[in-house]
Design a protein around this ligand. Sequence first.
Ligand SMILES: *Cc1c(COP(=O)(O)O)cnc(C)c1O
Length: 393
Amino acid sequence: MHGAGTPMFDEELAQLAEQHLQRELRLIESAPEPVVILNGRPVIVMASNDYLGLATHPLLKKAAKEATDLYGVGAGASRLVSGTLPPHLELEAAIARFKETEASLVFGSGYLANLGLIPSLIGPGGLILADRLCHASLLDGCRLSGAAFRRYRHRDLGHLAFLLAARPGRRKTLIVTDGVFSMDGDLAPLPELLDLADRYEAQVLVDDAHGTGVMGREGRGTLEHFGIESRLPFHMGTLSKALGTCGAYVAGPATLIRYLVNRARSFIYTTAPPPSAAAAALAALAVVRSDQARRARLWANQQRFQAGLRSLGFTLPDTQSPILPVLIGDPEKAVALAERLLQLRVYAPAIRPPTVPRGSSRIRTTVTSEHTDDQLDQVLASFKQAGQELALI
Ligand SMILES: *Cc1c(COP(=O)(O)O)cnc(C)c1O
């Protein structure tokens, strides 16, 4: 076979395995619903970011099929090269309405949006201050920008203020944070963070990947949750989590959007998402607006499952979202717990460094609106059994 015998890779992989940090793909042979078929057995998934169950929603599937019939399965090229299709424009108009901004721009993924957006906002000579637990795509976007880059302690505005005050001169500054932190489920202290940014004349980029569709009364996101939508001229979020599809958006003033069309390399030099994905995301926005009961079910599940885990004696951080991490610490123990849970028909993977800081390996669980009470009780029973067997509780 081509490429057989690559000792360099073998050695590094063996090292990862020794440290219990090797990652493996697991095949799921069914739609990503709460119960899936894994290795031929049904297991309850506690790991999906499809918080509202929209990835399998009939209206989204219908929209994707209709767009495929009308426009085919691929966009053909970058939208600047081969032209833009109606689903992408309709989606951007709907996102702008939903977010109450002048305009929006859709990217192929959240990762790509951050790689394109951050270097468009700031470059060499500027300074970026980012929360230590920011998503990897934000960090990569920061590095790509060529700006000086410092990280402040997680949600620590005292540390952020210290770094802002220590800036030489009036250096252009961008503060970067997740709205909902993807591995801890806690929220950035946005109102106070914006006060600081105002005081020091810094720009703020909020990545609301996990807030969009979930947080706020209408599901508009973490900015709505805090009532600060009018204070932030722009932000980004994804279509890949609660909206159940793929892609991401930047929502903001029309001039920023026109600027990004001209400057964001991850928009310009990549093929547009398929029309079916854009049409499905458009349908997802309609469901988020019309079906408030889904969000109510999600929050009821979040409370039920969180209370259950805490009463078993597990430690969770100060989560305020459907992300409910069970803190373990040691990667070997986290992997052992995940393996035992899987035998007990619960799929909730161990998250280890470098995704999370050393010493904070965990089982990251998520709930969705589609988990039934019965399923959540089964999962809690499995956590109890596995936790006791491994002497974690
Ligand atoms: C998932 C995630 C992304 C990446 O989004 P994709 O659409 O999956 O590429 C970016 N930022 C945050 C905070 C995320 O959680």
